[in-house]
Design a protein. Structure first.
Ligand code: HEM
Length: 124
């Protein structure tokens, strides 16, 4: 029986599972590994902080996601194709692991942010 997203451990599980899937994904994996060449040991904790600040009222995230993704869109294709794939992977990962109100909110908010990011990218 699946449970809802409740604490930091749940966020860590969600984020780790999501980025494992991202790294293996044909459309998204190379953007992280080859284009942005991100350091996973730094990126994952930033993402734990981002999602815990969203759901668990723990405000440890300070960053500028919009700016980072706009910069990224100048060096690699960041269109509906990439954002739809990102969102599909995110929702599939949430559904595989959790069920409940916060899990639904996570998918809803990720969708809103993804749409907003794409709009911003298209307008610069
Ligand atoms: C096409 C879809 C996406 C791709 C390819 C992508 C890729 C990336 C990459 C490569 C970074 C690291 C950038 C850096 O450190 O310079 C990053 C950071 C980040 N991404 Fe995404 N991303 C996507 C969509 C999203 C969405 C929809 C969200 C939110 C729901 C999100 C949240 C974040 C956050 C919070 C960071 C950290 C920003 C910071 O450190 O200031 N991303 N993303």
């Amino acid at each position: 029986m699946k449970k809802d997203i409740e604490d930091k451990n749940d966020i860590v599980l969600l984020v780790n599972s999501f980025y494992n899937a991202v790294q293996e994904n044909e459309i998204l994996g190379f953007i992280f590994n080859d284009v942005a060449k991100i350091n996973w040991d730094e990126h994952l904790p930033r993402m734990y902080a981002f999602w815990t600040s969203m759901f668990l009222n723990e405000h440890h995230f300070s960053g500028n996601p919009m700016e980072k993704h706009i910069t990224l869109s100048r060096i690699t294709s960041m269109t509906e194709i990439q954002f739809n794939e990102w969102l599909l992977l995110f929702t599939t990962t949430v559904d595989k692991l959790f069920k409940g109100e916060i899990a639904n909110e996570a998918k809803f908010r990720a969708g809103n942010i993804a749409r907003l990011m794409l709009l911003k990218i298209q307008s610069v």
